[in-house]
Write a protein that binds this ligand. Sequence first.
Ligand code: UDP
Ligand code: MG
Length: 328
Amino acid sequence: METNNKKQIDISVIVPIYNEEQIIPELYERLHKTVVQITEHYELIFVNDGSEDYSLLELIKLSEQDDRVFYINFSRNFGHQIAVTAGLDACKGKAVVIIDGDLQDPPELITDLYAKYKEGYEVVYAKRAERKGESFFKKSTAKLFYRVLKRITSINIPMDTGDFRLIDQKVVHYLKQMSEQNKFLRGQIAWLGFRQTQVLFNRDKRKYGKTGYSLGKMLHFAMDGITGFSDKPLQMVTKLGFTISFISFVIILYAVYSYFILDRTITGWTSLIISSMFIGGVQLISIGVIGEYISRINKNVLKRPMYIVEKSNIKKSNKAEVKKYAEI
Ligand code: UDP
Ligand code: MG
């Protein structure tokens, strides 16, 4: 733990962990092997996001063997983005790497990311050239999501990129000032700017275990990305309202014309039901869209701590931010 306190840290690696007990030993080996070739002065920060298996025990074991290993244990599952945020709050390295804990992001690529960082880039993200072993549904929905997001946001969020990246401590500093509760880190980092570049890699399939991103979590994450970076859905609701009002106005005119001039009353149960159901659907969707934004405002007004740390071997005195940890 000395390392974390006194020496200058060159690289921090942040790894969110959710039910990864089987993979932790190999993950550690590969991370260590790669990073130690770059520098002796590094720290590995594992954030255990309420795993239900023995991930925490594995992490504690590692931290006892190696004083460059740190863990933060959440009191429950708070979600991947928040786990990474906790790591960002605690890290000290001049360069900070965010990497998935399931070895889908190859640790060996850190060497390439670091080389780009040394060329002067403050953000080096790893772009997926190929995604192995993921379902057609996951790949196609992810692809669609990134394309929709690009169209409706004004910032340039890189396509087909996860959170696997290297960022300068400077970027971490500004990230911490973005206090939104609904984190969408890849969007926030894009929003911050700085010199950004990419390194291509092939994304492997998961070796053990299964994805921690359920469909529900994925949808929530997608909504966070959209609502956090675009007001377009709200504008679309307004436009939709105007369009439908215009269409109904035309229909009303036609109905009046038909009644008085053509002397024909428009009849029909079907058209009545269809139009009222259509309007009902549009209204519910519109309320839902507005509700998504309101629920996010609500969350930010409540200002609850974003995560609760049950246990950690990062010393409290290390950093002001660590004070935020409500240790039980
Ligand atoms: N993860 C997490 N909390 C969660 C879900 C996932 O910390 O609630 C971690 C997980 O252990 C992994 C990373 O986030 O290190 C990416 O998750 P996963 O592999 O399940 O997502 P996918 O690759 O399928 O998108
Ligand atoms: Mg994965």
